[in-house]
Design a protein around this ligand. Structure first.
Ligand code: HOZ
Length: 427
Protein backbone atom coordinates (compact mmCIF):
# COMPACT_ATOMS: atom_id res chain seq x y z
CA UNK A 1 0.00 0.00 0.00
CA UNK A 2 1.34 3.46 -0.87
CA UNK A 3 1.59 6.28 1.66
CA UNK A 4 -1.16 8.13 -0.25
CA UNK A 5 -3.44 5.11 0.05
CA UNK A 6 -2.70 4.83 3.78
CA UNK A 7 -3.50 8.51 4.26
CA UNK A 8 -6.70 8.14 2.27
CA UNK A 9 -7.80 5.20 4.45
CA UNK A 10 -7.32 7.39 7.51
CA UNK A 11 -8.94 10.40 5.88
CA UNK A 12 -12.21 8.71 4.88
CA UNK A 13 -12.83 7.82 8.52
CA UNK A 14 -12.80 11.44 9.62
CA UNK A 15 -13.44 13.64 6.58
CA UNK A 16 -16.44 13.11 4.26
CA UNK A 17 -15.08 11.24 1.27
CA UNK A 18 -11.59 11.71 2.71
CA UNK A 19 -11.27 15.19 1.20
CA UNK A 20 -12.09 18.80 1.98
CA UNK A 21 -13.33 19.53 -1.55
CA UNK A 22 -15.07 16.85 -3.62
CA UNK A 23 -13.21 17.06 -6.95
CA UNK A 24 -9.92 16.07 -5.38
CA UNK A 25 -11.32 12.69 -4.25
CA UNK A 26 -10.58 11.20 -7.73
CA UNK A 27 -14.01 9.50 -7.61
CA UNK A 28 -14.89 10.14 -11.24
CA UNK A 29 -11.62 8.70 -12.50
CA UNK A 30 -11.92 5.54 -10.39
CA UNK A 31 -8.78 6.16 -8.36
CA UNK A 32 -7.82 7.50 -4.95
CA UNK A 33 -6.11 10.83 -4.39
CA UNK A 34 -2.40 11.43 -4.30
CA UNK A 35 -1.60 13.26 -1.06
CA UNK A 36 0.66 16.16 -1.84
CA UNK A 37 3.64 17.07 0.30
CA UNK A 38 5.20 19.96 -1.53
CA UNK A 39 5.38 21.76 -4.86
CA UNK A 40 7.95 23.85 -6.64
CA UNK A 41 7.81 25.55 -10.04
CA UNK A 42 5.76 23.35 -12.35
CA UNK A 43 6.29 20.22 -10.24
CA UNK A 44 4.23 18.73 -7.43
CA UNK A 45 5.45 15.91 -5.16
CA UNK A 46 3.29 13.34 -3.38
CA UNK A 47 3.71 11.61 -0.04
CA UNK A 48 5.42 8.66 -1.76
CA UNK A 49 8.07 10.91 -3.26
CA UNK A 50 6.63 10.81 -6.80
CA UNK A 51 7.14 13.92 -8.89
CA UNK A 52 4.51 15.12 -11.35
CA UNK A 53 4.29 17.95 -13.87
CA UNK A 54 1.35 19.84 -12.39
CA UNK A 55 -1.42 21.17 -14.61
CA UNK A 56 -3.79 22.01 -11.74
CA UNK A 57 -1.76 24.89 -10.31
CA UNK A 58 -4.01 24.92 -7.24
CA UNK A 59 -6.88 25.57 -9.72
CA UNK A 60 -5.31 28.72 -11.06
CA UNK A 61 -3.51 30.92 -8.56
CA UNK A 62 -0.03 29.51 -9.19
CA UNK A 63 0.34 31.46 -12.40
CA UNK A 64 4.03 32.08 -11.63
CA UNK A 65 4.59 28.47 -10.60
CA UNK A 66 4.52 26.89 -7.17
CA UNK A 67 6.49 28.28 -4.27
CA UNK A 68 7.48 31.42 -6.18
CA UNK A 69 10.36 32.92 -4.15
CA UNK A 70 9.12 36.53 -3.93
CA UNK A 71 5.66 35.39 -2.80
CA UNK A 72 7.11 32.99 -0.24
CA UNK A 73 9.40 35.68 1.17
CA UNK A 74 6.54 38.19 1.39
CA UNK A 75 4.56 35.70 3.47
CA UNK A 76 7.48 35.03 5.80
CA UNK A 77 8.00 38.75 6.30
CA UNK A 78 4.31 39.45 6.94
CA UNK A 79 4.15 36.61 9.49
CA UNK A 80 6.70 38.39 11.64
CA UNK A 81 4.09 41.04 12.44
CA UNK A 82 1.35 38.59 13.46
CA UNK A 83 -1.14 36.47 11.57
CA UNK A 84 -4.48 38.23 11.88
CA UNK A 85 -5.80 41.34 13.58
CA UNK A 86 -9.45 41.50 12.53
CA UNK A 87 -8.78 45.23 12.13
CA UNK A 88 -8.07 47.58 9.22
CA UNK A 89 -4.52 47.45 7.81
CA UNK A 90 -2.45 49.49 5.36
CA UNK A 91 -1.84 46.54 3.04
CA UNK A 92 -5.58 46.19 2.37
CA UNK A 93 -5.65 49.79 1.19
CA UNK A 94 -2.61 49.13 -1.01
CA UNK A 95 -4.30 46.08 -2.51
CA UNK A 96 -7.53 47.97 -3.23
CA UNK A 97 -5.65 50.92 -4.74
CA UNK A 98 -3.42 48.67 -6.79
CA UNK A 99 -6.35 46.86 -8.40
CA UNK A 100 -8.68 49.85 -8.82
CA UNK A 101 -5.97 52.02 -10.38
CA UNK A 102 -5.21 49.37 -13.02
CA UNK A 103 -8.56 47.81 -13.84
CA UNK A 104 -10.96 50.44 -15.16
CA UNK A 105 -14.18 48.55 -14.40
CA UNK A 106 -13.19 48.07 -10.76
CA UNK A 107 -13.80 51.41 -9.09
CA UNK A 108 -14.19 49.93 -5.61
CA UNK A 109 -13.41 46.47 -4.28
CA UNK A 110 -14.11 44.39 -1.18
CA UNK A 111 -11.89 41.49 -0.11
CA UNK A 112 -13.43 38.23 1.03
CA UNK A 113 -12.00 34.75 1.61
CA UNK A 114 -13.06 32.69 -1.41
CA UNK A 115 -14.69 32.84 -4.80
CA UNK A 116 -17.87 31.40 -3.32
CA UNK A 117 -18.09 34.31 -0.90
CA UNK A 118 -17.26 36.81 -3.63
CA UNK A 119 -20.12 35.61 -5.84
CA UNK A 120 -22.60 35.33 -3.00
CA UNK A 121 -21.78 38.90 -1.97
CA UNK A 122 -21.78 40.34 -5.50
CA UNK A 123 -25.21 38.85 -6.15
CA UNK A 124 -26.48 40.34 -2.91
CA UNK A 125 -25.06 43.75 -3.86
CA UNK A 126 -26.69 43.49 -7.29
CA UNK A 127 -30.04 42.65 -5.72
CA UNK A 128 -29.70 45.49 -3.23
CA UNK A 129 -28.78 47.97 -5.94
CA UNK A 130 -31.50 47.05 -8.42
CA UNK A 131 -34.21 46.18 -5.88
CA UNK A 132 -34.83 43.04 -7.95
CA UNK A 133 -34.54 39.38 -6.97
CA UNK A 134 -34.01 37.24 -10.04
CA UNK A 135 -30.65 36.27 -11.46
CA UNK A 136 -29.75 34.52 -14.68
CA UNK A 137 -26.89 32.04 -14.70
CA UNK A 138 -25.74 29.51 -17.28
CA UNK A 139 -25.93 25.73 -17.09
CA UNK A 140 -22.45 24.32 -16.52
CA UNK A 141 -21.04 27.53 -15.10
CA UNK A 142 -19.87 27.17 -11.53
CA UNK A 143 -20.00 30.12 -9.18
CA UNK A 144 -19.12 28.46 -5.90
CA UNK A 145 -21.41 26.60 -3.56
CA UNK A 146 -23.77 29.24 -2.16
CA UNK A 147 -27.39 28.04 -2.26
CA UNK A 148 -28.67 30.25 -5.08
CA UNK A 149 -25.81 29.20 -7.37
CA UNK A 150 -26.24 25.43 -7.04
CA UNK A 151 -28.55 25.20 -10.02
CA UNK A 152 -27.28 23.29 -13.08
CA UNK A 153 -23.80 24.00 -11.80
CA UNK A 154 -20.47 22.88 -13.23
CA UNK A 155 -17.30 21.63 -11.56
CA UNK A 156 -17.67 18.98 -8.83
CA UNK A 157 -21.46 19.05 -8.98
CA UNK A 158 -21.35 18.26 -12.70
CA UNK A 159 -18.68 15.61 -12.16
CA UNK A 160 -20.72 13.87 -9.49
CA UNK A 161 -23.88 14.06 -11.60
CA UNK A 162 -25.88 16.12 -9.07
CA UNK A 163 -26.00 19.57 -10.67
CA UNK A 164 -28.66 20.68 -8.19
CA UNK A 165 -27.49 19.96 -4.66
CA UNK A 166 -29.59 18.35 -1.94
CA UNK A 167 -30.03 20.53 1.13
CA UNK A 168 -30.87 23.66 -0.85
CA UNK A 169 -34.44 24.78 -0.08
CA UNK A 170 -36.58 25.60 -3.13
CA UNK A 171 -36.97 29.11 -1.78
CA UNK A 172 -33.25 29.72 -2.21
CA UNK A 173 -33.24 28.88 -5.91
CA UNK A 174 -36.69 30.07 -7.00
CA UNK A 175 -35.15 33.28 -8.30
CA UNK A 176 -32.29 31.60 -10.15
CA UNK A 177 -33.04 31.30 -13.86
CA UNK A 178 -30.83 29.12 -16.03
CA UNK A 179 -29.85 29.86 -19.61
CA UNK A 180 -27.74 27.98 -22.14
CA UNK A 181 -24.11 29.11 -22.54
CA UNK A 182 -23.42 30.69 -25.94
CA UNK A 183 -27.16 30.89 -26.65
CA UNK A 184 -28.39 34.48 -26.52
CA UNK A 185 -31.90 33.38 -27.52
CA UNK A 186 -32.20 31.42 -24.27
CA UNK A 187 -31.27 34.57 -22.35
CA UNK A 188 -33.78 36.68 -24.29
CA UNK A 189 -36.51 34.14 -23.47
CA UNK A 190 -35.77 34.40 -19.75
CA UNK A 191 -35.74 38.21 -19.91
CA UNK A 192 -39.08 38.19 -21.70
CA UNK A 193 -40.55 36.10 -18.89
CA UNK A 194 -39.51 38.61 -16.21
CA UNK A 195 -38.52 41.88 -17.92
CA UNK A 196 -38.39 44.00 -14.77
CA UNK A 197 -37.25 41.39 -12.27
CA UNK A 198 -33.74 40.36 -13.24
CA UNK A 199 -31.13 41.90 -10.95
CA UNK A 200 -28.10 40.35 -12.63
CA UNK A 201 -26.77 38.05 -15.29
CA UNK A 202 -23.77 36.18 -13.94
CA UNK A 203 -21.41 34.41 -16.31
CA UNK A 204 -17.96 32.89 -16.47
CA UNK A 205 -16.73 34.92 -19.46
CA UNK A 206 -14.70 31.86 -20.40
CA UNK A 207 -16.45 28.88 -18.85
CA UNK A 208 -13.90 26.68 -17.13
CA UNK A 209 -15.96 24.47 -14.86
CA UNK A 210 -17.59 22.25 -17.52
CA UNK A 211 -14.16 21.93 -19.03
CA UNK A 212 -13.05 25.01 -20.90
CA UNK A 213 -15.77 26.46 -23.13
CA UNK A 214 -15.06 29.65 -25.03
CA UNK A 215 -17.60 32.40 -25.52
CA UNK A 216 -18.56 32.51 -29.18
CA UNK A 217 -18.34 35.72 -31.14
CA UNK A 218 -21.04 38.13 -30.00
CA UNK A 219 -22.10 36.18 -26.90
CA UNK A 220 -20.56 38.43 -24.24
CA UNK A 221 -21.39 41.55 -26.27
CA UNK A 222 -24.98 40.29 -26.52
CA UNK A 223 -25.17 39.81 -22.75
CA UNK A 224 -23.89 43.35 -22.23
CA UNK A 225 -26.54 44.85 -24.48
CA UNK A 226 -29.38 42.72 -23.08
CA UNK A 227 -28.38 43.81 -19.56
CA UNK A 228 -28.37 47.45 -20.69
CA UNK A 229 -31.75 47.01 -22.35
CA UNK A 230 -33.38 45.53 -19.23
CA UNK A 231 -31.60 47.60 -16.53
CA UNK A 232 -29.85 44.46 -15.28
CA UNK A 233 -26.29 44.24 -13.96
CA UNK A 234 -23.71 42.11 -15.74
CA UNK A 235 -21.45 40.16 -13.37
CA UNK A 236 -18.31 38.53 -14.74
CA UNK A 237 -17.16 35.68 -12.54
CA UNK A 238 -13.41 35.95 -13.12
CA UNK A 239 -12.35 33.53 -10.40
CA UNK A 240 -10.48 31.57 -13.07
CA UNK A 241 -9.87 34.15 -15.81
CA UNK A 242 -9.02 37.17 -13.63
CA UNK A 243 -5.32 38.15 -13.82
CA UNK A 244 -4.80 34.97 -15.90
CA UNK A 245 -6.23 35.58 -19.37
CA UNK A 246 -4.91 39.13 -19.17
CA UNK A 247 -4.07 41.31 -16.20
CA UNK A 248 -7.59 42.75 -16.48
CA UNK A 249 -9.00 39.27 -17.00
CA UNK A 250 -11.59 38.34 -19.62
CA UNK A 251 -13.11 41.82 -19.42
CA UNK A 252 -9.88 43.28 -20.77
CA UNK A 253 -9.27 40.38 -23.15
CA UNK A 254 -12.68 40.66 -24.83
CA UNK A 255 -13.13 44.40 -24.26
CA UNK A 256 -16.44 44.12 -22.40
CA UNK A 257 -17.12 46.17 -19.29
CA UNK A 258 -19.04 44.27 -16.60
CA UNK A 259 -20.83 46.13 -13.80
CA UNK A 260 -19.40 43.82 -11.16
CA UNK A 261 -16.60 41.30 -11.19
CA UNK A 262 -15.70 38.48 -8.84
CA UNK A 263 -12.18 37.19 -8.25
CA UNK A 264 -10.84 34.21 -6.35
CA UNK A 265 -7.68 32.55 -5.20
CA UNK A 266 -5.35 34.20 -7.70
CA UNK A 267 -5.67 37.45 -5.69
CA UNK A 268 -4.10 35.64 -2.75
CA UNK A 269 -1.41 33.85 -4.80
CA UNK A 270 -2.81 30.65 -3.34
CA UNK A 271 -3.84 31.96 0.07
CA UNK A 272 -7.60 31.82 0.76
CA UNK A 273 -8.77 35.05 -0.84
CA UNK A 274 -11.58 36.27 -3.04
CA UNK A 275 -12.87 39.72 -3.91
CA UNK A 276 -15.74 41.47 -5.62
CA UNK A 277 -15.72 44.91 -7.10
CA UNK A 278 -17.08 47.15 -9.79
CA UNK A 279 -19.02 50.35 -10.24
CA UNK A 280 -18.71 52.71 -7.29
CA UNK A 281 -22.43 53.34 -6.88
CA UNK A 282 -23.10 49.60 -6.64
CA UNK A 283 -20.24 48.93 -4.25
CA UNK A 284 -21.42 51.80 -2.06
CA UNK A 285 -24.53 49.74 -1.39
CA UNK A 286 -22.32 47.49 0.75
CA UNK A 287 -22.23 47.85 4.52
CA UNK A 288 -21.17 49.95 6.41
CA UNK A 289 -21.87 52.60 3.72
CA UNK A 290 -25.03 51.00 2.40
CA UNK A 291 -27.63 48.53 3.55
CA UNK A 292 -26.31 45.37 1.87
CA UNK A 293 -24.67 43.46 4.70
CA UNK A 294 -21.49 41.48 4.15
CA UNK A 295 -18.63 40.87 6.59
CA UNK A 296 -15.68 38.63 7.49
CA UNK A 297 -13.12 38.53 10.29
CA UNK A 298 -10.41 37.14 8.02
CA UNK A 299 -11.27 39.29 5.00
CA UNK A 300 -8.20 41.22 3.88
CA UNK A 301 -5.99 39.07 6.10
CA UNK A 302 -2.51 40.63 6.13
CA UNK A 303 -0.62 37.46 5.21
CA UNK A 304 -2.95 36.76 2.31
CA UNK A 305 -2.74 40.37 1.14
CA UNK A 306 1.06 40.29 1.26
CA UNK A 307 1.21 37.14 -0.87
CA UNK A 308 -1.43 38.34 -3.30
CA UNK A 309 -0.12 41.84 -3.76
CA UNK A 310 3.39 40.53 -4.39
CA UNK A 311 2.10 38.27 -7.15
CA UNK A 312 -0.17 40.92 -8.71
CA UNK A 313 2.65 43.45 -8.73
CA UNK A 314 4.95 40.95 -10.38
CA UNK A 315 2.35 40.18 -13.05
CA UNK A 316 1.77 43.86 -13.72
CA UNK A 317 5.47 44.59 -13.96
CA UNK A 318 6.07 41.65 -16.31
CA UNK A 319 3.27 41.95 -18.87
CA UNK A 320 5.10 39.67 -21.32
CA UNK A 321 4.00 36.79 -19.08
CA UNK A 322 0.60 36.86 -20.79
CA UNK A 323 2.14 36.52 -24.24
CA UNK A 324 4.39 33.75 -22.90
CA UNK A 325 1.43 31.90 -21.44
CA UNK A 326 -0.48 32.16 -24.71
CA UNK A 327 2.53 30.78 -26.57
CA UNK A 328 2.88 27.92 -24.11
CA UNK A 329 -0.85 27.28 -24.47
CA UNK A 330 -0.50 27.06 -28.23
CA UNK A 331 2.45 24.71 -27.82
CA UNK A 332 0.65 22.41 -25.39
CA UNK A 333 -2.98 22.46 -26.51
CA UNK A 334 -2.19 22.99 -30.19
CA UNK A 335 0.31 20.12 -29.86
CA UNK A 336 -2.31 17.78 -28.33
CA UNK A 337 -4.71 18.75 -31.11
CA UNK A 338 -2.17 17.84 -33.77
CA UNK A 339 -1.42 14.47 -32.17
CA UNK A 340 -5.08 13.55 -31.96
CA UNK A 341 -5.85 14.75 -35.47
CA UNK A 342 -3.09 12.54 -36.83
CA UNK A 343 -4.59 9.55 -35.02
CA UNK A 344 -8.11 10.36 -36.24
CA UNK A 345 -9.37 10.10 -32.66
CA UNK A 346 -12.80 11.54 -31.74
CA UNK A 347 -11.98 14.54 -29.58
CA UNK A 348 -12.47 18.23 -29.10
CA UNK A 349 -9.89 20.50 -27.56
CA UNK A 350 -10.90 23.96 -26.39
CA UNK A 351 -8.25 26.41 -25.30
CA UNK A 352 -7.49 30.04 -24.77
CA UNK A 353 -4.25 31.45 -23.36
CA UNK A 354 -3.05 29.19 -20.56
CA UNK A 355 -6.40 27.41 -20.09
CA UNK A 356 -7.50 24.33 -21.96
CA UNK A 357 -9.53 21.11 -21.90
CA UNK A 358 -9.41 17.93 -23.93
CA UNK A 359 -12.91 16.49 -24.29
CA UNK A 360 -13.42 12.89 -25.31
CA UNK A 361 -16.21 13.63 -27.75
CA UNK A 362 -16.41 14.39 -31.44
CA UNK A 363 -19.02 17.10 -30.80
CA UNK A 364 -18.08 20.74 -30.80
CA UNK A 365 -18.19 21.65 -27.10
CA UNK A 366 -19.96 24.98 -26.74
CA UNK A 367 -22.30 24.48 -23.77
CA UNK A 368 -23.30 22.15 -20.94
CA UNK A 369 -25.18 19.74 -23.21
CA UNK A 370 -22.29 19.23 -25.61
CA UNK A 371 -19.75 18.98 -22.74
CA UNK A 372 -21.90 16.18 -21.31
CA UNK A 373 -21.49 14.11 -24.49
CA UNK A 374 -17.88 13.43 -23.44
CA UNK A 375 -16.91 9.86 -22.73
CA UNK A 376 -15.90 10.13 -19.07
CA UNK A 377 -14.60 6.54 -18.99
CA UNK A 378 -12.21 7.41 -21.82
CA UNK A 379 -11.14 10.49 -19.87
CA UNK A 380 -10.56 8.34 -16.74
CA UNK A 381 -8.31 5.94 -18.67
CA UNK A 382 -6.34 8.86 -20.13
CA UNK A 383 -6.06 10.55 -16.73
CA UNK A 384 -4.70 7.39 -15.08
CA UNK A 385 -2.11 6.86 -17.81
CA UNK A 386 -0.92 10.43 -17.58
CA UNK A 387 -0.68 10.26 -13.78
CA UNK A 388 1.26 7.00 -13.93
CA UNK A 389 3.65 8.73 -16.30
CA UNK A 390 4.21 11.77 -14.16
CA UNK A 391 1.56 14.21 -15.45
CA UNK A 392 -0.85 15.63 -12.89
CA UNK A 393 -4.15 16.61 -14.55
CA UNK A 394 -7.38 17.68 -12.89
CA UNK A 395 -9.19 14.46 -11.95
CA UNK A 396 -12.35 15.23 -13.92
CA UNK A 397 -13.38 15.66 -17.53
CA UNK A 398 -15.13 18.85 -16.52
CA UNK A 399 -12.21 20.84 -15.15
CA UNK A 400 -9.57 22.96 -16.86
CA UNK A 401 -5.83 22.54 -17.34
CA UNK A 402 -3.74 25.44 -16.07
CA UNK A 403 -0.33 26.42 -17.39
CA UNK A 404 2.03 28.58 -15.39
CA UNK A 405 5.07 30.67 -16.23
CA UNK A 406 7.15 27.85 -14.71
CA UNK A 407 6.12 25.31 -17.39
CA UNK A 408 9.08 25.24 -19.75
CA UNK A 409 9.11 24.21 -23.40
CA UNK A 410 10.93 21.05 -22.34
CA UNK A 411 8.25 20.12 -19.84
CA UNK A 412 5.53 20.76 -22.41
CA UNK A 413 7.32 18.54 -24.94
CA UNK A 414 7.61 15.82 -22.31
CA UNK A 415 3.84 16.12 -21.76
CA UNK A 416 3.16 15.90 -25.50
CA UNK A 417 5.35 12.79 -25.79
CA UNK A 418 3.28 11.16 -23.05
CA UNK A 419 0.05 12.08 -24.83
CA UNK A 420 1.49 10.63 -28.06
CA UNK A 421 2.37 7.34 -26.34
CA UNK A 422 -1.09 7.14 -24.80
CA UNK A 423 -2.82 7.75 -28.09
CA UNK A 424 -0.63 5.21 -29.91
CA UNK A 425 -1.35 2.50 -27.36
CA UNK A 426 -4.96 3.16 -26.43
CA UNK A 427 -6.94 4.91 -29.12
N1 HOZ B 1 -13.63 23.88 -10.34
C1 HOZ B 1 -13.14 24.11 -9.01
C2 HOZ B 1 -12.37 25.37 -8.98
N2 HOZ B 1 -13.01 26.42 -9.64
C3 HOZ B 1 -12.39 22.91 -8.55
C4 HOZ B 1 -11.76 23.03 -7.22
C5 HOZ B 1 -12.58 22.53 -6.09
O1 HOZ B 1 -13.80 22.57 -6.16
O2 HOZ B 1 -11.97 22.08 -5.14
Amino acid sequence: MTRSQELFERAVKRIPGGVNSPVRAYGSVGDTPRFIQRADGCYIYDADGNRYIDYIDSWGPMILGHNFPAVRESVKKACENGLSFGCATEIEVEMAEFICERIPHVEMIRMVNSGTEAVMSAVRAARGFTGRNKIIKFAGCYHGHSDAMLVSAGSGVMTSGVPDSAGVPKGCTQDTMTAVYNDLESVKTLFSQAPKEVAAVIVEPVAANMGVVLPEKGFLEGLRSLCDQYGTLLIFDEVITGFRLAFGGAAEYFGIRPDLVTYGKIIGAGMPVGAYGGRKEIMEMVSPVGKVYQAGTLSGNPIAMAAGLTQLRYLYEHPQIYADLAQKGEMLYGGIKKILEEEKTPFTINYIGSLGSLFFTSERVRDYGSAKTSDTDAFAAYFKYMLKNGIHLAPSQFEAMFLSEAHTGEVIHQTLDTVKKYVAGHM
